[in-house]
Design a binder for this molecule. Structure first.
Ligand code: APR
Length: 249
């Protein structure tokens, strides 16, 4: 396990010459806000069968079951709140501006509610729904039913979520650009779902200094690993990094 001060110094050095910082988050960054992860004890995939609730075939077979799975998670959002890790990432966006990129696998809205303004939700968003016909996307914060149809083309609406077997969003050059960074930080993801799981190797191949923040190390690929709770590590790392980088908060 690496030391936060040492990692902060190495990150500051890599970002000193207008270097870019790209962060990838997973469910672990929202765990301390009370949103269950997927593969930990008590995780969603230990309770629900992916093939029943998170594939296009599942939606075609039993849309009401799929809606119930996402409705329960969408309607819980107002009762959970961003944690210190979300707030630290919003501070990094303010401090580093366009040099900072946040890619998230999470579909909750906690990054936005903590102040992040440019999170790329590569697996979609619980607070949006999409027309199955014309693909129009609208904000939606309540229960979605099979009777809810598109105002434009009257086709049924679906959760704006990337299901297994579908292509994640932003996978064209924007991700490639984001991986052309000096520092790549992965926070709270098990690193088992591609393409996100391949980002660290892609960033490293381009010379980035790569860091993992996780309750437990997931792979030895990273240059540095900070083991512990994201809501504990990220505020400390961010404070040290901003002090070393002399950037505005
Ligand atoms: N701080 C840091 N890391 C944590 C914390 C915490 N408080 N709590 C849990 N973790 C870590 C776990 O150790 C684990 O490595 O977060 C990770 C959560 O892993 P998953 O449950 O697999 O979630 P994630 O990696 O985001 O899954 C990726 O899989 O099912 C799909 O679309 C879904 O976006 C999701 C994708």
């Amino acid at each position: 396990m690496n030391d936060i001060d040492d990692v902060a110094k190495r990150v500051a050095a890599r970002l000193a010459d207008a270097g870019r910082l790209t962060v990838l988050t997973g469910a672990g960054v929202s765990a301390e806000s009370g949103i269950p992860t997927f593969r930990d004890m008590g995780g969603l995939w230990r309770t629900f069968d992916i093939m029943q609730v998170a594939t296009p075939e599942a939606f075609a077979r039993d849309p009401e079951l799929v809606h119930a799975f996402y409705n329960e998670r969408r309607e819980k959002l107002p009762s959970v709140h961003p944690n210190a890790a979300h707030r630290a990432l919003a501070e990094l966006e303010v401090a580093f501006g366009e040099r900072f990129t946040l890619i998230t696998q999470n579909v909750d809205d906690l990054h936005e509610r903590a102040g992040s303004t440019r999170a790329w939700h590569m697996h979609g968003e619980l607070t949006k729904i999409r027309c199955t016909g014309c693909h129009a996307v609208i904000t939606w914060r309540t229960a979605l039913a099979i009777t809810d149809t598109c105002d434009r083309c009257s086709r049924p609406m679906r959760p704006h979520i990337v299901w297994f077997g579908e292509v994640p969003f932003f996978m064209e050059d924007v991700i490639a650009e984001a991986l052309a960074c000096e520092v790549f930080m992965s926070i709270g993801t098990s690193g088992v779902v591609y393409p996100a799981a391949g980002f660290v190797a892609a960033a490293q191949a381009r010379g980035a200094f790569t860091i993992e923040v996780n309750l437990e190390p997931t792979t030895s690929t990273f240059d540095a690993q900070l083991v512990g709770r994201a809501a504990e590590i990220m505020p400390v790392l961010t404070k040290r990094l901003l002090a070393l980088s002399q950037v505005s908060r």
